[in-house]
Design a protein around this ligand. Sequence first.
Ligand code: CAA
Length: 258
Amino acid sequence: LKTYESILVERRGRVGLITLNRPQALNALNRQIMLDVTDAVAVFDADDSIGAMVITGSAKAFAAGADIKEMQPLGYVDIFKSDKFGPWDILTRTRKPIIAAVAGFALGGGCELAMMCDFILAADTAKFGQPEIKLGVTPGMGGTQRFTHAVGKAKAMEMCLTGRMMDAAEAERAGLVARIVEADKLLDDAIATAQTIASMSMPVAMMVKECINAAMNMPLNEGLRFEKRVFHSTFALADQKEGMQAFVDKRKADFKNI
Ligand code: CAA
């Protein structure tokens, strides 16, 4: 594995673990951390021995937003020409599942990064928010879009217009996070969850991810048609034969990812 300046990268079984590591700035997302995370995600996505990824931060902060000090001197032309947050899009093109394990602050770009992942596991200490409006800007990495998909218009409007934070319990009620975990068990739970996913048939996990993402972008009738075609295609896999045979034999399936 490569070493990076602003993140730590580890392999835990079939899980690729990425830990944001700019503690002096509460993991504020500067250009370096963006280049590091997107590179590490692309490397894990291309690695056949990895079945799922976890992105996490520290106990105090998943990430406290885009790096305000880095953005502060920029003008319109700078930020437009550099396509400031464009490289993050690689996360949404990743085919293997990514879990965000969030403790502490997930604000602005930090909340948006968590939402780019496939689902969020939240420590009971997690705090989510889109406080950009307090800085005189709008969210710019999906906050007005993914937040609205996740929690609905009323809460998205209220959160993005006031900049207030929501705690883990509210985030779970609102549907922003999949589950809440005690803070000291967060990482173990996230790795175990990723390991469970990585033990499934890899192509099928990739198809499930693709189908659910299609639900966000397609009208229901098109999404249902897409799902049916994908479901039919799973019957071309050796893993479908193995999964169903294992059920009949009353044993655990041993998927070969083919
Ligand atoms: N960018 C740059 N530096 C940041 C930062 C950020 N987003 N968030 C925190 N830091 C730095 C602080 O400046 C401070 O550095 P110094 O010690 O050098 O002063 C260090 O991290 C520790 O932070 P605090 O002393 O502020 O810690 P705290 O516990 O008192 O407060 C906090 C924590 C409430 C999260 C507070 O740091 C805060 O409000 N941070 C900014 C949150 C924010 O506005 N995020 C949105 C950014 S804009 C964005 O993300 C745009 C987009 O849509 C992509």
